[in-house]
Design a protein. Structure first.
Length: 87
């Protein structure tokens, strides 16, 4: 491989690194859009995980706890039987 080819490869490696480490305003629109979509997906997964956790806790709550939080048995039944993606 010639010196020119090595320099060209090194420069392309630097441009990839600079895109990966640049601030959002400096990134190309495609990278910003992908980053935004990934952040949205992570938020969605976190929401689903929280729903699953809280519905599991609700399923195992005692009648005293239900009374304290103001939820009836029928409301608990409806909420517990929802899928994690349902609001």
């Amino acid at each position: 491989m010639s010196t020119q080819q090595n320099m060209t490869l090194a420069m392309s490696d630097l441009s990839v690194c600079s895109v990966a480490t640049s601030t959002p305003a400096q990134q190309p629109p495609q990278i910003r859009q992908l980053s935004s979509r990934l952040a949205g997906l992570l938020d969605l997964v976190a929401t689903w995980k929280l729903r699953h956790k809280t519905r599991n806790q609700l399923a195992h709550a005692t009648p005293d706890v239900l009374r304290d939080v103001g939820i009836s048995e029928s409301q608990r039944f409806v909420e517990v039987n929802k899928s994690f993606w349902e609001a």
